[in-house]
Design a protein around this ligand. Structure first.
Ligand code: C2E
Ligand code: CA
Ligand code: CA
Length: 719
């Protein structure tokens, strides 16, 4: 028997690589399980490659460490085979350990295959010593080698599954310990295998090539070290990014919850808001179903309240509103909910009354409750209410319609001198009639060429340059004059007229782009607004393709704006539709961002380029912390997802400054530019290019342009 000797330096290197590989395995498991989609596959495959190389290198170093007192040769093909087995075992182990759940059976199977696979690597690597006569293995040591590998794999897999749920700072102790157990275990298994190899006296080497074990070992060690360090570096960056993204999502969720609370409560009186009232009303109306009974929707306005407010001051006004709210909630039976409407208005939901007569009784009780004065610090004050009542189901089953009817009746009561109760009379329906007129006129508007697009610039905060235009629709009604989009778009959506109207917008914007391009204007992109109704009409992507082909413009010049709510209410199909549009080369922006409830999962998957921060946040950004923190969260999200963030509706220099400080990319609003008619665009664009931008923050006091058409008056209305 030949007495084998060891190069202890290489043994040590093998041990180090073994432990480092084990540590890499744990890191990779965390990365694969915490990422999704393409990133997860990249970690899995890239990780498996490096990991396999690591395990192989540990074994190759072990084989190189072995010294026999005859000239040694190594079979390179066998070493390659060992590397291949190591690679496959690593991939399998990584896939199993980062899978969704590990029960005992799966751990056992995975540990056995990992242990067996890595033991196989030992023996294949050892077989690179192609000797005559064949190596004779000590059976007991072979069993020990396999058993130790399986045991180490089992320990590591169980604890890696437990570990990957933990936050990074909790891993400082247990992760190195696990890595050490696995690494040392695998090294022990390797050297059990090496020690079990018996070489007969007179052994000679058959094939293979001569190698310098020391030099080769060090080169291998260095190569693997570089690769593994790279993996750890990348993992650190990725973990950091993932954590930041998680934090952003949490901030956004928190701010949303806060906002939702504010949306549902009126701060002045502590009463539920109109929105919360409408929700409860709808729920009660749905419960009613066919089961008989009725609901009363009461709109209660305080007569001449503005006078009280002006003479006594807003502080007293608020006290008074609070007192009215309390009295309405406490003094009358059958009151289900009291909420604050707009201004001096209260909303009362009456439930559990058998018929109209009983409901009328409740309304009179509400009126009568005002016969007692309200005690204020300095004075006792009598108030008189005007009460309008709508009845569900007689006057409708939809909350919004019922509220509108109650309001109409209340206004009638007020107009008639106040201090009285009026029920809604279905005879006069001014609201729905105007709507019907509007719809009829809309039918004709397209044919009569009554629509026009105006263009509002979006400006880069850093350079002050115009980065794009948003096309906004204007309707010049022959009799009414300009009609605001907020009035006619909902009607157009309900009647599906928005489909041909939207097609007009798309084609007109593309045509205009082509005209500007042919006139040699500086290149600029145009964004169009797309309604969810139009967006779901299945041919929308085809229409975009047609419009691009007809006009011959560069698809990258076109942006499609879709509201967050539209996208999220139909998330799966939106992903598909938007992907199709994006494949055409068209950009996609999410409009009114922050008002809907984006699922972070979908947001990440959406093929979008731009987030437009809703005007409501921009309005408050200079003086309210909650709005500021929402904008900040959105900007961070934009950074994490590599999207352009655009703040819309920027009106004041204060808002601009805060938005710039928060890191918004682009601004849009009356402060920089009002919507421009197509005829005015070339001049503004040319001037903008000629000016040396130099950043918005350093621009002088901005010119305030008059908005075109109805844009401003309509958009400036509250709500
Ligand atoms: P949007 O997409 O959020 O468009 C921005 C609106 O804010 C425009 O109102 C614009 O004139 C207005 N605005 C711009 N800067 C400021 C500012 O500094 N302060 C204030 N208070 N408002 C500003 P507009 O044109 O009345 O449009 C209202 C909405 O109608 C749009 O909201 C969009 O949702 C819809 N809309 C407009 N054009 C189209 C269209 O062609 N197709 C569809 N489907 N919807 C459209
Ligand atoms: Ca828009
Ligand atoms: Ca918007």
């Amino acid at each position: 028997v030949l007495i084998a000797n060891y190069s202890w330096g290489l043994v040590a290197l093998s041990l180090v690589v073994s432990v480092a590989s084990a540590w890499t395995l744990l890191t990779l498991v965390a990365r694969v399980s915490q990422s999704s989609g393409r990133l997860a596959s990249a970690w899995l495959f890239g990780g498996a490659a490096v990991l396999g190389l690591g395990f192989f290198a540990a074994d190759a170093l072990g084989v190189l460490a072995l010294r026999l007192p005859v000239p040694m040769r190594y079979d390179v093909e066998r070493l390659g085979l060992a590397a291949l087995v190591a690679l496959l075992t690593s991939g399998l182990t990584l896939a199993v350990a980062s899978g969704p759940g590990l029960d005992r059976a799966r751990v056992t199977v995975a540990a056995t295959s990992m242990g067996a696979g890595l033991s196989a690597v030992h023996f294949v690597a050892l077989s690179a010593l192609d000797v005559v006569p064949d190596v004779d293995y000590d059976r007991r040591l072979v069993v020990v080698a396999v058993a130790v590998a399986v045991a180490a794999a089992y320990t590591a897999l169980t604890s890696s599954f437990a570990l990957r749920q933990r936050a990074p700072h909790e891993l400082r102790g247990p992760q190195p310990a696990t890595a050490a157990v696995l690494g040392v275990g695998l090294a022990a298994s390797l050297f059990a295998a090496v020690a079990g190899a018996r070489f007969a006296g007179g052994t000679t080497f058959d094939g293979g090539i001569g190698l310098q074990p020391g030099a080769c070992g060090v080169a291998l060690f260095l190569g693997v070290t570089v690769l593994m360090s790279a993996v750890h570096g990348l993992a650190l960056v990725d973990a950091c990014l993932a954590r930041r993204q998680r934090e952003h999502a949490e901030t956004l969720a928190r701010t949303r919850a806060e906002l939702e609370f504010r949306r549902r409560h009126d701060p002045a009186t502590g009463l539920p808001s109109r929105g919360a009232f409408a929700e409860r009303l709808q729920a009660r109306a749905d419960e009613l179903g066919g089961r008989g009974g009725l609901l009363g929707v009461v709109a209660l306005g305080l007569d001449r309240f503005a006078l009280v407010n002006d003479s006594l001051g807003h502080g007293v006004g608020d006290l008074l509103l609070r007192a009215v709210g309390e009295r309405l909630g406490s003094s009358v039976h059958h009151v289900d909910l009291v909420a604050r409407g707009d201004g001096d208005q209260f909303l009362v939901l009456v439930a559990g009354v058998p018929d109209r007569t009983a409901l009328e009784g409740v309304a009179r009780d509400l009126l009568a409750s005002f016969s007692v004065a309200f005690a204020l610090p300095a004075v006792d004050l009598f108030l008189s209410p005007s009460i309008g009542v709508a009845v569900c189901p007689d006057d409708g089953g939809e909350a919004e319609a019922l509220l509108a009817h109650a309001n109409e009746a209340m206004r009638a009561a007020k107009a008639d001198g106040g201090h009285q109760v009026r029920f809604f009379e279905p005879g006069a329906r001014p609201y729905s009639e105007t709507r019907l007129d509007l719809e009829n006129d809309l039918h004709r508007a397209l044919a009569r060429d009554e629509f026009e697009l105006v263009y509002q610039p979006k400006v880069d905060v850093r350079t002050g340059r115009i980065r794009g235009l948003e096309a906004l629709l204007r309707w010049h009604h022959p009799v009414r004059g300009p009609v605001a989009p907020s009035e006619f778009i909902p009607v157009a959506e309900e009647s599906r007229l928005i489909v041909p109207i939207g097609r007009f917008v798309l084609r007109e914007a593309c045509r205009q782009l082509r005209v500007w391009r042919d006139a040699g204007l500086p290149p600029v992109g145009v964004a169009i607004n797309v309604s969810p109704v139009q967006f779901r009409a299945s041919r929308f992507a085809d229409e975009v393709r047609d419009a691009l082909a007809t006009s011959g413009i560069d698809p990258g010049c076109l942006t499609v704006e879709v509201t967050e709510t539209a996208v999220m209410t139909n998330a799966e199909s939106s992903v598909e539709m938007l992907s199709e549009i994006r494949r055409l080369g068209v950009r996609v922006a999410i409009d009114d961002f922050g008002t809907g409830y984006s699922s972070m999962n979908y947001l990440r998957r959406l093929p979008i380029h731009e987030l437009k921060i809703d005007r409501s946040f921009v309005q408050d950004v200079a003086h309210r912390d909650d709005a500021r923190s929402i904008v900040q969260a959105i900007v961070m999200l934009g950074i994490a997802l590599r999207l352009t963030t655009v703040a819309e509706g920027v009106e004041t220099a204060d808002q601009r400054d805060v938005l710039i400080a928060l890191g918004c990319d682009q601004l849009q609003g009356y402060l920089t530019h009002a919507p421009l008619s197509a005829a005015d665009v070339p001049e503004v664009l040319r001037r903008n290019v000629a000016e040396d931008g130099g950043g918005l923050a350093t621009l002088g006091p901005p010119r305030r342009l008059r908005p075109v058409g109805v844009g401003r008056s309509a958009a400036a209305k509250p709500g």
